[in-house]
Write a new protein. Structure first.
Length: 292
């Protein structure tokens, strides 16, 4: 359960004062820019290869963020025609540090006991292009994305481990990043506070996106026509996912189905966990090299 200071959500960039670079670190070409469309500061991380430049929280690898929220939100946009890389270090209840990496460089899912490599399929404004589902450099019309990672579910599904907290984040090139956030609430972009009240979503742990974390939507436009929303693991698909990508139709469709739960319980029975671990062992026999 998150400490009181982490509720109802924690704006990571704001809380750790990223712009001061005292509790965070940067390497290579990392710049703070003002984005007029998003009406705020964004961070551009770029380099000749994804590992050459990065923004890291906390500053020292021996420290820990200690963030316990179930969901990690990353508001970002891959740089067009480039590859990007993100590392998340999480700690299990057994005090084991697991690295979760996702990148457009990865061609297939790989894992060890302490490292998950997940291919990221960059979406495009043209859905026909995005539906092809091929990994690779970001398309020219790549959009700003709200990525929601269910960290306890990722650890339970892939490694049969129980989640404790987020230890560290390393955002490598080539990315534009607006913000990072943790919360136990599932924020649904494009939902207003009045719609949330009418739909009684709060009792299901669902809430509208907080203003300071939201992408702006001009009057008369719709959120999902402008941005991408990716929830991982996604609902309604196979148990073990091999890549992070936008699902079709839009995740907002679940709001139009009365009575359908929007969230899944994280707790899995030992039998289910053992079965998943067995399936995973069969399907991913390839080893990975040491992390960067």
């Amino acid at each position: 359960v998150p400490a009181a200071w982490q509720r109802p959500y924690l704006n990571i960039f704001k809380h750790f004062r990223v712009e001061e670079w005292k509790r965070s670190a940067k390497e290579g070409d990392v710049a703070a820019l003002t984005d007029t469309r998003l009406k705020g500061t964004i961070y551009r991380i770029r380099g000749s290869n994804p590992a050459s430049s990065y923004l890291q929280l906390p500053r020292a690898g021996t420290q820990s963020l200690g963030l316990t929220g179930r969901y990690l939100y990353l508001l970002f946009k891959p740089l067009a025609r480039k590859h990007f890389l993100v590392h998340l270090d999480v700690t299990t209840e057994e005090n084991l540090v697991v690295r979760i990496s996702f990148s457009s460089l990865f061609k297939e899912f790989k894992s060890t006991a302490t490292w998950l490599q997940l291919p990221f399929v960059c979406g495009a404004a043209n859905e026909d292009t995005a539906r092809r589902g091929a990994t690779g450099a970001a398309p020219a019309d790549v959009r700003w994305t709200c990525l929601v990672l269910d960290l306890p579910s990722i650890l339970a599904l892939y490694l049969n481990r129980r989640y404790s907290h987020l230890r560290g984040v390393k955002l490598c090139s080539n990315l534009l990043v607006k913000n990072l956030c943790t919360s136990d609430l599932l924020f649904e972009p494009g939902v207003t506070f009045s719609e949330a009240r009418l739909g009684d979503l709060s009792c299901r742990g669902v809430a509208p996106m907080p203003r300071e974390l939201a992408f702006p939507v001009p009057k008369g436009e719709k959120w999902h026509d402008l941005y991408d929303y990716i929830r991982f693991p996604s609902e309604g698909s196979k148990l073990l996912h091999d890549s992070i990508q936008k699902s079709f139709p839009s995740p907002m469709a679940v709001l139009e189905e009365p009575g359908r739960p929007l969230t899944q319980p994280v707790t899995l029975s030992r039998a289910v966990c053992d079965h998943l671990a067995h399936v995973h062992q069969i399907t991913s026999s390839k080893a990975v090299s040491a992390p960067w």
